[in-house]
Design a protein around this ligand. Sequence first.
Ligand SMILES: O=C(CO)COP(=O)(O)O
Length: 248
Amino acid sequence: MRLPIIAGNWKMHMTKNGAVEFIKELEKEVKDTDVEVVICPPATLLNILKEAAKGTNIKIGAQNMHWEKQGAFTGEVSPIMLKDLDIDYCIIGHSERRQYFGETNETVNKKIKSAIDHGINPIVCIGETLEVRKAGNTNSLLKEQVTEAFKNITDEEAKKIVVAYEPIWAIGTGETATPEMANETIAYIREVIKDLYGEDISEEIRIQYGGSVKPSNVQELMNQEDIDGALVGGASLKADSFSQIVNF
Ligand SMILES: O=C(CO)COP(=O)(O)O
């Protein structure tokens, strides 16, 4: 059995006050959950939220990192800096980073390797655009994204990776993939991982769905056999809706 993992991606939202309050509220609602709960705030809030979440079952993740340990990379955050704060997870290769900040399958792979080397668990995002889906090329694109992301990653390292399948056309649009469609695509992603690592590891790796997940649709998604969790954007910004999602 894979432990479900539900993560909130706050993207470029939230400041100190609301954020600490959020953790206090969320903690009350999720303290008995069997789900792994992760909040990924902007970098400015990582330290304060890690402190606020101390002694709770809420884990804290970053939204991005550089692959280098240190150096002349103005504006970047390194894995050593994240580890310094004892950060548990890092989202890598979110479609917004691929679209607006030039991330490629190659940089995603470097970041994954570096995160694992530094004891940070990657949440690796993959997903297709509407054009790709309409053209019937979803599976070939996902196969390429997965294969490139996992390049030179050992069996033991692979198990630490969480994959987030986020169809780009479902992000922030209110448009969700139907639970069956999401499950079918995630099952395909698991097949690709099976080809790379064999059945045991493919059955161990957790694959989330992301894209307009909300309290009203989470249960149907989580009922699907291959969906192991959710990566939640908009609906993770309020403790009330995010805790309803966690307690689906
Ligand atoms: O991009 C997402 C999470 O990483 C999904 O965002 P929404 O839940 O707002 O669609």
